[in-house]
Ligand binder design. Sequence first.
Ligand SMILES: [Zn+2]
Length: 466
Amino acid sequence: MRRIQKIIAMLLCIFAGTASGADWFEALKASDDDRALYAVLAAMPKGADLHNHNSGSIYPEWWLANALASEARGYRYYTKVRINNCRPFDRRDDTYHLLFRNIDQFDYDALDTCERGEYVALRSLTDEQRAGWLSSIKLDQDSEGREEFFQKHWQRLNALLFNPYIREQNLALNLQALASEGAIHAEIMVAVLGAREADGTRITPQQMIDRFRARLLERDIIETGMTVRLQLTLLRFVGDAEDDLRNLYRLAAKNSDLIAAVNLVGREDNDKGHPRRFLPTLRELRQQYDVGLAIHAGEVDEPNDHVRDTLLLGASRIGHGLNLITDDEVMLLMRNGPYLVEINLISNLLLEYVVDYSQHPFPEYLRTDIPVALSTDDRGMWDSTLTDEFFVAVREFNLNWREVKQLHINSLTYAFVDDDVKQRLIDRHTQQMREFEAKIQRDGLENPERLPDTRTFICARYQLCD
Ligand SMILES: [Zn+2]
């Protein structure tokens, strides 16, 4: 290992000051030292994470800590650790057999004695139960994929999703983590519907937005130096999604200082949420309101018109865009265009939209000048990081340094912020990157033997862990 590090240091020296910065990166890749490459990408200044679901971006241990901390505010949670077959067959719903489903005190009090015996207080988990609980909301087994994520993770989180204090704390931790990786801007998708106080009092969507706003003004967030915008998420396939869309659109317009956009989420292979469904409602809303739209589209296995239809809806950013590759005309339309595709490499692999990275359209988009940026989607459930996304991109698609830098600039150029804020962000990042390049060419890595702390995904797939 030390010998390889020495070679890298030597190569970095040879190329120092001789070229545009691309040569040292090529030398680094050619060294085949993934640890050194990872360390460079971890230390690299980053732009924005534009596609980040607040609740999906929270690592399991953060969920648990926030749930327990909220007990001081009167919340109390229980989780299912055994099935005692308490319900007659005709009264069992899909979630009855789900272990580690979390319920609040109200739900618990409503159970009979038999069913209460299936739950333990979240505070009283044994070590084994705790390990099971933490594993239950991340994709850490080979057998787990799309069904586990869409049909079990959220159903397990259940009551925890509606706690406004947890939502605020999640946002804070999410932003701090991105800042610690060098990001300077984030657009976080948040839920504002359905929140409840510990005594059951309903919190209105406007109150939830006000609470997010207040949390973002606290010192620990200000100190991250991040700029932040929120996106309101609409579950696209539910029966009254049009009414939700109207409400969220009005809320976004009214809170335009903080809410940058509305985003349609939820699995696209549920036909009830197809994009064209929302065209009349959006046209009606555009009569009165100016609101940004970033919409999940093309996150499906089959070729279809979802990306095209989503552009017609008025979206300026496409989340995932996997099957855009199947639509020649829209590919042509997107080249050098005003729309960006938010690429989520780890998500797409773990949710089985690609079997391996040779199937992923990202390099085709990138190298035919379709604007793209890398983002993390639900990194808490992949147990991964923003750095991991860059590592995967460089390792799997042999990105050169110019391309890496372009991804950061794209993430800021296509951010939903005013032009003056955008320019400040780009200037700040450009300066940080210039300093980073100069330093790494002059001194090499500060501590090349030390791999930064890594999480499960990158450890299991690329053996990047100590
Ligand atoms: Zn997403």
